[in-house]
Write a protein that binds this ligand. Structure first.
Ligand SMILES: [Zn+2]
Length: 458
């Protein structure tokens, strides 16, 4: 027996409630009673016969209410009144529930995410950074705000970072009506095209400027298609083991999402005491590596500027003149030293000096001549190399400018710069550049710190 207060409680959908009353209940010998509508299927009364009409009326009533509610909501949306729950970074204004105000703590995280992203970090690096620094993920943050005490902090997902990076709400714009219900009877939603969205600008205080948001959007769109191979790491193929000179392999993420590099030869032959693990956290390494590269590039451009200032005081011609003078001096010195050697030989023949004395002095003079010859070689190289050196300089300058401007450095540009990177067993990292001026910078050695993710998966 099924008892309801009235017919509408059984269901507002006349197709379904009709099916129950007319087919399902009789077939399963279920008695149905709707008290206020005087319906009782145990008795054959005329009241039972009008049940289908009542169902239709109930449905029309529901449809009408839904329409009224919808039009109210729609007008609120078109005024830019915010109807949903407050997005991460904002909270509802206690004075006006349709207005958003900034949530200080979370908005700082939003700012940090944009800042890092626009500085060239990838969504994965940002997610890992937040996890490592124990920033609660939005759902945990909401729980904390609601006063839930014991929270297992989760790890940040790339998708969450991406969602925050593509949510226009942070520019102060309210966007609603992105989707609508198929019908008031259904719980299904369909997505609406962007031109149908209800977008109202400057409804609340912005966390991110419109310019920064647009920049982030451009990068997201630009990198969308390029992330085909997930295991294509930025420094893959460039990493070598310092001790055995073999490749460093990058292993896929473990259950905590950490990616480790390890000497491949050790991985294969370690059981025969070949090499040692050279284990390091690749994500930490990549982050630090890019930072070091940026530092080197910045230092290089700064030094270059200084050199140019120095150069402007010393003209090209006088530089060439200087080199030629030095060349001349070296050649003269060789000539005079050779003459000394001849004279000493004569002295030896005449018995003026002993054999020991002769050998000792002759060797000294020969060394001297050799060093002059080396000087000449270097000076000549400098003289002839002046022009072609400018070409590689230009190429390097362009590369550096491109790299420093790049939001997400590509594998290609990294490869232009770096010949190889060697990892020591104590995690010292040596960088070998394709460009001599970069190779000469200090900073080319750094230690990849071992950092552990202390967060547990919720
Ligand atoms: Zn090795």
């Amino acid at each position: 027996m099924v008892v309801t207060k009235d017919l509408s409680r059984l269901g507002r959908n006349y197709v379904q409630s009709g099916l129950y009353i007319e087919t399902y209940f009789p077939e399963h010998e279920v008695r149905f009673v709707a008290i206020l509508d005087n319906i009782d299927t145990a008795y054959d009364t005329s009241n039972n016969d009008i049940a289908p009409f009542k169902s239709i009326l109930n449905e029309m009533y529901a449809k009408d209410t839904s329409k009224k509610i919808n039009s109210v909501l729609q007008s609120k949306r078109s005024l830019g009144q915010y109807l949903g729950t407050a997005p991460y970074g904002y909270k509802k204004d206690p004075q006006n529930k349709y207005h958003l105000i900034i949530d200080e703590e979370a908005s700082n995280v939003v700012k940090l995410i944009y800042e890092k992203y626009l500085a060239g970090f990838g969504t994965m690096q940002i997610a890992d950074y937040l996890s490592k620094n124990k920033i609660p993920i939005p759902s945990d943050y909401n729980k904390k705000k609601r006063g839930v005490k014991s929270i297992n902090y989760g790890l940040w997902q790339q998708s969450t970072v991406r969602f925050i990076l593509s949510n226009e709400i942070y520019t102060g714009t309210v966007i609603q009506g992105k989707r609508k219900k198929v019908s008031f009877k259904s719980k299904k939603f369909i997505n609406l095209p962007e031109e149908d969205w209800i977008k109202v600008e400057n409804m609340h205080e912005a966390i991110i400027s419109k310019e920064d948001f647009e920049r982030a959007k451009r990068i997201i769109n630009a990198t969308k298609g390029s992330r085909v191979v997930q295991n294509d790491y930025l420094f893959k193929g460039l990493l070598r083991c310092y001790d055995c000179k073999g490749y460093i392999g990058i292993r896929s993420a473990d259950k905590n999402g950490n990616i480790y590099g390890r000497c491949q030869r050790y991985g294969r032959f370690g059981k025969f005491d070949v090499c040692s693990p050279h284990n390091f956290n690749y994500q930490v390494f990549e982050e630090q590596m890019l930072e070091v590269l940026r530092q080197i590039c910045k230092k290089y451009t700064n030094r270059k500027k200084l050199q140019q200032i120095a150069k402007s005081t010393e003209t090209e011609q006088s530089k060439e003149f200087n080199i030629k003078n030095q060349l001349q001096a070296c050649k003269q010195s060789i000539e005079s030293e050779t003459k000394k050697l001849d004279l000493m030989y004569d002295d030896r023949l005449a018995g003026i000096i002993s054999i020991d004395e002769y050998i000792k002095n002759a060797n000294r003079i020969k060394e001297l001549i050799k060093s002059y010859e080396e000087n000449i070689k270097a000076l000549e190289k400098e003289l002839s190399g002046e022009k072609c050196k400018d070409d590689t300089d230009d190429k390097l300058d362009n590369l550096i400018t491109e790299f420093l401007n790049m939001e997400n450095p590509t594998k290609e540009i990294i490869r232009e710069f770096i010949e190889k990177i060697e990892i020591h067993s104590d995690k010292q990292v040596d960088i070998y550049f394709n460009f001599k001026p970069l190779q000469e910078m200090d900073l080319n050695k750094f230690v990849c710190a071992k950092k552990k993710y202390e967060n547990k998966i919720a």
